[in-house]
Design a protein around this ligand. Structure first.
Ligand SMILES: [Zn+2]
Length: 456
């Protein structure tokens, strides 16, 4: 069978594939630091040459920042796009690294061999899992089973400033049947995961002003309204005693978890107590009728990220401040509309302002949640393929944070994205001594071969 031959070739070629990855890891492509501009360019060149060695037409495409790499290969349906990023995070503090971050090596770790070096997990190692799967497939069969577009970015770690314009300008070229993104992780150590829910984010900053200037609490304390008191009362009222958020209309568009998904998540045996225990907590503070996993993956939140007002310096000052402010953010799910919530939140706060107080607003980012279309047959096919490779069956999971690229594929290209990755929680991405398990690399390559087989 074709797939078995490809998998055997992947096993046999692993040392060479690892050498190629080490080669790419030696290029210090730190996107955020202008001193490494030439290195980012070199990493893009390296990838162009590597894709060309597969027989792809590949080129470096300029942007106002670091170049994109786009390559095309193969024919036939479906047309798949694979996205990864070749840039890496800065390495400081350098003294916390056990070795030069750009002199990678294979090390013996407590749980098996690891590839140590900046970018090994985020995202060069992950990116190369797909490239190596294609290489093995071509070596075994002469050609890939379908048309594939490679799309590598070099600015992911610095906010992807060129991504949206590039995707818009090249929409015809990048629009495919499905996009594959390899920049996420496994669930635990051995459960492959497809991220199907990403929370959105809304940020608001409000400043409440009462008196026209700071006052002396001996002189004005009593008759003058204190804006910190007003702000505190409003913040306290944002959650009811069951942990629900009280902003009117806030839960519009929040979907209920399907029975099937709830069962899948229960099957993950998430260590709720350990999750909180690790940070010195024991009592989940979200909606009381939800599990912590639901709270971080499928439920919206309202958090106060900072409060400012009055005198907070050394010693004591009996000031009665004129202003008090807070930064408040909402994590959003499902079809919650960030602009509608912003409107409702502001109206809600304004309705509670006492006489003589006014509020000024400063809006921060507003991005909706991402919800993948798992009824697209590719999702179930990929989930089965992953389950065949790993010790545990694959699960559809949520992601408490946001991964903007997935949303861009949908909104700009109308392409559904599958987020599949093989990183582990202890990979120390963005931190000193980043590593990628050799088993993640190996099984990751095998996983993509299985997925290619399942999708064609
Ligand atoms: Zn990444």
């Amino acid at each position: 069978m074709t797939l078995d031959a490809v998998l055997s070739r992947i096993d046999a070629d692993l040392p060479a594939a690892t050498d190629r990855l080490l080669d790419l890891l030696r290029i210090p492509s730190i996107s955020t630091d202008p001193a490494y501009k030439a290195d980012c360019d070199r990493a893009a060149d390296w990838l162009v040459a590597d894709l060309q060695s597969l027989g792809a037409t590949a080129e470096k495409r300029p942007t106002p920042g670091h170049p994109m790499v786009v390559g095309h290969i193969g024919e036939g349906a479906p047309h798949l796009l694979f996205y990864g990023h070749y840039d890496v995070q800065p390495v400081d503090p350098l003294e916390l690294w056990d070795r030069d971050p750009f002199d990678p090596e294979i090390q013996e770790g407590p749980k098996g061999k690891v590839i140590r070096g900046r970018g090994s997990s985020d995202d060069k190692g992950q990116l190369m899992t797909f490239v190596e799967a294609c290489r093995a497939w071509i070596a075994e069969n002469g050609a890939l089973p379908c048309r594939i577009t490679f799309f590598f970015e070099g600015e992911e770690e610095s906010g992807s400033p060129s991504l949206i314009p590039f995707m818009k300008e090249n929409a015809d070229e990048l629009k495919t049947d499905i996009a594959l993104i390899c920049d996420t992780g496994l669930f635990g150590d051995s459960t492959p995961a497809i991220v199907t829910m990403l929370r959105g984010l809304l940020g608001e900053e409000l400043t409440i002003t009462a008196a026209s200037k700071d006052l002396h609490s001996g002189m004005y304390g009593g008759p003058a309204m204190n804006p910190i008191r007003v702000l505190s009362r409003i913040i306290t009222g944002l959650h009811d005693e069951t942990g629900r958020i009280t902003v009117p209309g806030f839960y519009d568009g929040v979907p209920e978890l399907s029975d099937e998904m709830r069962a899948q998540w229960q099957g993950l045996n998430f260590d709720h107590a350990g999750f909180l225990g690790e940070v010195g907590l024991s009592v989940p503070a979200g909606e009381q009728d939800r599990t912590p996993l639901e709270m971080i993956w499928s439920r919206p939140t309202c958090e106060v990220n900072g409060i400012k007002g009055g005198y907070t310096g050394e010693g004591f000052k009996t000031v009665l401040p004129s202003k008090a402010s807070a930064k408040i953010s909402f994590r959003l799910v499902g079809q919650q509309d960030p602009h509608e919530i912003r409107k409702n939140f502001r109206a809600y706060v304004e309705s509670q302002l006492p006489a003589d107080c006014k509020v000024a607003w400063h809006g921060h980012g507003a991005s909706p949640a991402g919800q993948m279309q798992i009824d697209h047959p590719a999702f179930e096919a990929a989930r089965q393929a992953l389950s065949d490779e790993w010790p545990n069956p694959a699960a559809y999971v949520g992601c408490g944070g946001s991964i903007p690229i997935a949303g861009y594929f949908k909104t700009i290209l109308d392409t559904d994205a599958m987020l599949i990755g093989f990183g582990k929680d202890d990979d120390q991405i963005h931190s000193p001594n980043e590593k990628y398990d050799l088993s993640s690399f190996h099984r990751g390559i095998r996983s993509w071969a299985r997925i290619l087989d399942a999708l064609t």
